[in-house]
Write a protein that binds this ligand. Structure first.
Ligand code: PGA
Length: 258
């Protein structure tokens, strides 16, 4: 079965709920104008927690086909965890995807592969889909260790997931040196690691699981480079930061097939 490409816009800590409404409306309008077929390319926005309720209201009232996600989640269900948000809370807001283990969370909040794996499990248990991030820093790439490093992350993150869970998950390969730097990995760089991840999943589970899992590339994806990256066989979508904050630019990325 062919994998449906998935374009997800990670807004990071940008846009308040009013700005969020504006961006989602503009995006929906643009995509309608372009007769976008959402079954051909899935379109996802990943706003800050404080915007999710607003995005939900718009998506439901206007019956939009845009899906939305959250940027992180707690491993706890409820209780004395100041500042945390649970999977139950996200579920109630109609969230489809939850990004776990973004390199910025790993760096600024010391998140380990094990914790990221636990978060992914929590998300799956709640009936949502994790977007599990991995990727190497520049020194690792320069030392030529990027493939083994990323596969180590994959092994640890997937250790407690079943084959069925992995098959419906999304993995985002985001080399840290290419995030927000304008420095984009070449399509060959993206394919090298995305292909290695898929191979590893076929070793850890089986061929059909590897064929089903969707693997995104992320790091300075723009309308000007998305086509060549998406042309690679093991790249099934993009996790887009900066370029997802502009409706016109993200529309072009989502409609890269046209
Ligand atoms: P960028 O961010 O597109 O701004 O490089 C990507 C990401 O961090 O998901």
């Amino acid at each position: 079965m062919a994998r449906t490409p998935i374009m997800a816009g990670n807004w990071k800590m940008n846009l308040d709920h009013l700005e969020a409404a504006h961006l989602v409306q503009s995006l929906a309008w643009n995509l309608k104008d372009a007769s976008h077929d959402y079954s051909q390319v899935e379109v996802v926005v990943v706003p800050p927690f404080t915007d999710i309720r607003t995005v939900q209201s718009l998506v439901e009232s206007d019956e939009l086909s845009i899906r939305y996600g959250a940027q992180d989640v707690s491993i706890h269900d409820e209780g004395a965890y100041t500042g945390e948000i649970s999977t139950g809370m996200l579920n109630k807001l109609g969230v489809t995807y939850v990004v776990v283990g973004h390199s910025e969370r790993r760096e600024y909040h010391n998140e380990s592969n094990e914790l990221v794996g636990q978060k992914a499990k929590k998300v799956l248990d709640a009936g949502m889909t994790p977007i599990m991030c991995c990727g190497e820093a520049l020194e690792i790439r320069k030392a030529g260790q990027h493939v083994s490093y990323v596969l180590g992350q994959i092994d640890a993150m997937l250790a407690n997931l079943t084959a069925e869970e992995v098959a419906k998950s999304v993995i985002a390969y985001e080399p840290i040196w290419a995030i927000g730097t304008g420095e984009v990995a070449t399509p060959e760089d993206a394919q090298e690691v995305c292909g290695a991840i898929r191979n590893r999943i076929s070793e850890l589970f089986d061929g059909p699981v590897a064929e089903a899992v969707r693997i995104q590339y992320g790091g300075s994806v723009k309308s000007s480079n998305v086509r060549e990256i998406m042309a690679k066989p093991d790249v099934d979508g993009a996790l887009v930061g900066g370029a997802s904050l502009k409706a016109d630019e993200f529309t072009k990325i989502a409609t890269y097939l046209k």
